[in-house]
Write a protein that binds this ligand. Structure first.
Ligand code: DAH
Length: 348
């Protein structure tokens, strides 16, 4: 038996010399220490041996197996090291090459304008609310004093999801009604709600079927139009520069009475007249007014005790003015050069 084992180990030592590849390792393992390898073959006739002989043969075979495993293991390590070294030599890295630049994103410019609004309003104690873009007719129109069949609906034709009742909101004003109903007519309201709105407009440089508004509502006691004017003044100066002047022009909205258009003095020509303000010296950036008593009452606030103001700014309009963008579609295409361009302008 001992001679047999010695023979096998000698054969292995000879064989191992010609082992060069990982596949050769697999093969030599199978030949010597595999299940049907020559070492295991030695145990084939074990069942015919006496218990003592079996023990002795078992020990010899085990020692042989360990020795063979060690020989093959060493060779395997050598081969792996050799492969790794070859790879490292081949794949040497030239650290003097210029690095490939990784393009970084920039905040969407509309998002930035909305955040600027939020920051100023939050500093004045306003809460920021969210509302659904798929809205009920009741919130989008009826609770805002625009009953079915009212001609004011024509200017806000939108996309209908289900019959005449579920639609894509045409303004962020429905969130006013939602918040008032949520607060139940018991506590003052001071909220803004930026968000997407939709209308059935044909897209061109100044119209988009999807656009953003920044809605606001304040309900309390003894509020007057001058509170609205003061609030607008703070916003305008913060967002468009401290020398910005503001003015109201009479207007008409169904949910406010009286209603106004909110104008800022042209930041480009400082009121002298240029092509941005169409030579008027003023630029309109939103609508506003004192909340109509019907709206307060329908939304659970007793109009004999409460009053307030509401407003809506056009986010794209503000962004276009502030960043000198002349096509609203710029905000909705996917050209990353746009946002990186504005990013740079901010840094200057
Ligand atoms: N929702 C109006 C629009 O889409 C904008 C607006 C005007 C909102 C006056 C208001 C408001 O809250 O008081 O044209």
């Amino acid at each position: 038996m001992k001679e047999k084992v010695e023979g096998i180990i000698n054969d292995l030592k000879k064989d191992i010399e010609s082992v060069k590849t990982p596949q050769d390792i697999v093969d030599i393992k199978a030949k010597y220490i595999g299940k049907t390898g020559s070492i295991n073959e030695l145990m084939k006739n074990m069942k015919d041996l006496s218990p003592e002989e079996r023990k002795e043969v078992g020990q010899i075979v085990n020692v042989a197996k360990n020795e063979a495993t060690e020989i093959i293991g060493k060779k395997e390590e050598d081969i792996n090291n050799q492969i790794l070294n070859e790879k490292l030599n081949k794949e040497s890295i030239d650290i003097t090459l210029p690095a490939t630049s990784i393009p970084t994103g920039a905040p969407n410019i509309l998002e930035k304008v909305v955040e600027d609004f939020e920051e100023v309003f939050m500093s004045m104690g306003y809460d920021v609310y969210d509302g659904p873009e798929v809205e009920e007719d009741r919130f989008n129109f009826e609770l805002l004093n625009i009953p079915k069949g009212h001609p004011a609906r024509d200017a806000q034709d939108t996309f209908y999801i289900k019959d005449d009742e579920i639609l894509l909101r045409s303004q962020t004003s429905p969130v006013q009604a939602r918040v008032m109903l949520e607060l139940g007519g018991k506590e003052p309201v001071r909220m803004i709600c930026p968000g997407k709105t939709y209308r059935r407009d044909d897209d061109d440089a100044t119209h988009s079927h999807q656009f953003m508004q920044i809605e606001g509502l304040l309900v309390d006691h003894d509020i007057s139009l001058s509170d609205l004017k003061g609030t607008f003044d703070v916003i305008a100066k913060k967002l468009f520069g401290s020398d910005t002047e503001t003015r109201f022009r009479p207007s008409y909205y169904q949910f406010t009475e009286p209603s106004v258009e909110m104008d800022i003095s042209c930041f480009n020509c400082k009121g002298k007249g240029c092509n941005i303000c169409k030579n008027t010296g003023w630029i309109t950036i939103g609508g506003a007014g004192m909340v109509h008593p019907n709206v307060l009452n329908m939304c659970g606030y007793d109009a004999s005790k409460w009053n307030g103001f509401a407003f809506g700014f056009g986010a794209e309009r503000c962004a276009m003015l502030k960043y000198n963008i002349n096509d609203i579609r710029t905000f909705y295409n996917t050209d990353l050069r746009e946002s990186s361009m504005f990013d740079r302008r901010e840094e200057e």
